[in-house]
Write a protein that binds this ligand. Structure first.
Ligand SMILES: [Zn+2]
Length: 439
């Protein structure tokens, strides 16, 4: 699984080269209209389809020139995977609240039209992807918490997830640029193993917040690169979401603010040093641990200044017994305190390639390789706690006030003493008072 996640990031260069070559080789055939090479399956011609979208530009608007420009730009796409569409809010039905994240609120809904797949010459209109709706959808329409209920005469639609971006009515151009970079990267990285989710845009007419519309993911949405950002579909495919979106949309890029979820943030970032690629590798190491424990890292302790201080002092999740030694070695390198000691993404990919051959995926339980149990005498192993500590926080948030390193004036020995006692008795109220620091 970890392999799939990384794979989606690393296949970028080779995939884009291969894809361009396929167009040059005319693998998708020639356009019957302009005789240029098609740029994708289903007779997708970038030249002709761009013109079709352009003819439609005056038929819709998001109400924001930056967003309009952003969507129009995307519609010069080489294939249907790359296009964004503006979805009028009144084409959504059965809108139902699911969850609240750090900077967004999640809903599920039915999109009556469905997404564009290809141009139908005979009918002179777009073929869109949608399905026959089910009985339960008409029943759900009557639920109290559902808005824009589905009507009896509406028979087809597509299940989607709406991610409403808090305070996004005045969306930042910087934000959209960052998003554009992400999308370019994401679509190019698409390959057989990792899918980046197709994205559409709409706006909540009440709050005026912009909403990202995602294809529904079966196995739940959690809440940034922390495990809440990985979306699993049938336990087979892994999606990475929220690149560059893990901060308020009206926040400028050049800000010194630190946002995130404490357990996944590299110690150097917590000490206000610049964010580098190596910090992503650190986060990845924590996610690797979660695959062995089944719970979120540090879920049994408060996510506060004490934890930050401990992480800076090399405090890491406890290795779960019987984890493969090679896996442990790699994971520990990822979360090394020295960013230069962490592996690069390429090194990780190589390791996963080796493992993939060493441990091929077997569907049958009996064909799977058995994990070697340790021969050491059994020591009582503290089981992981499934319940999260009430002061833990897995929602991305602004951390400056907690970190505030420049203004912290405290005796490190005193912190150490406090932490030792903290380890002995992980209860907040028993902690000796720490010196106050300026906020
Ligand atoms: Zn054409």
């Amino acid at each position: 699984m970890v392999y799939y996640v990384l794979n989606s990031i690393l296949k970028y260069n080779s995939n884009i080269r291969k894809y361009r070559q396929r167009i040059v080789n005319k693998e998708f055939g020639l356009c019957t209209e302009c005789y240029r090479p098609n740029t994708y399956f289903m007779y997708w011609c970038q030249y002709c389809n761009s013109k079709r979208f352009e003819q439609n530009f005056d038929k819709w608007t998001s109400g924001n020139e930056h967003v309009d420009k952003f969507i129009r730009e995307s519609q010069k796409a080489r294939n249907y995977e790359e296009i964004l569409e503006w979805i009028p809010y009144d084409r959504l039905r059965n809108i139902e609240y699911l969850a609240k994240g750090g900077f967004s609120t999640i809903y599920k809904a039915i999109w009556l039209d469905g997404n564009i797949h290809y141009w139908r010459d005979k009918k002179q209109k777009w073929k869109r992807g949608r399905n026959k709706l089910e009985q339960k959808d008409y029943e759900n329409a009557n639920k109290e918490n559902v808005t824009s209920p589905l009507k009896e005469n509406e028979k087809k639609g597509k299940y989607v997830v709406l991610k409403s971006l808090n305070n996004s009515s005045n969306i930042h151009e910087d934000f959209l640029n960052e998003w554009k970079i992400y999308l370019q990267f994401a679509y190019s990285a698409k390959n057989d193993n990792a899918y980046i989710m197709k994205i559409y845009i709409t706006q909540d007419p009440k709050t005026l917040n912009y909403m990202i519309v995602l294809q529904e993911v079966i196995q739940g949405i959690h809440g940034d690169l922390h495990s809440g950002n990985l979306l699993f579909n049938n336990n087979i495919d892994v999606y990475i979401s929220d690149f560059g979106l893990s901060r308020p949309v009206n926040q400028s890029i050049n800000s010194d603010d630190i946002y995130g979820v404490i357990p996944y943030i590299a110690p150097e970032v917590l000490c206000c040093k610049p964010y580098t690629k190596a910090a992503d590798i650190y986060s990845f190491g924590i996610i690797m641990w979660e695959f062995t424990s089944g719970v979120s890292a540090f879920n049994d302790i408060p996510h506060d200044f004490h934890l930050i201080s401990k992480i800076c002092k090399k405090f890491r999740p406890k290795i779960i017994k019987d984890t493969d030694p090679d896996y442990v070695k790699l994971m520990k390198r990822c979360w090394n305190s020295d960013p230069n000691e962490r592996p690069t993404a390429e090194e990780l990919e190589n390791s996963f390639d080796i493992w993939k051959n060493k441990y091929p995926i077997e569907d049958k339980n009996s064909a799977r390789k058995k994990v070697k149990k340790s021969k050491k005498p059994k020591e009582p192993d503290k089981p992981v706690t499934e319940n999260n500590h009430p002061l833990s926080c897995y929602i991305s948030r602004k951390l400056n006030e907690i970190i505030c390193s420049k203004s912290i004036d405290i005796d490190l020995d005193e912190i150490d003493r406090a932490l030792r006692e903290f380890d002995n008795d992980s209860c907040v109220k028993d902690l000796p008072d720490l010196p106050k620091y300026d906020r």
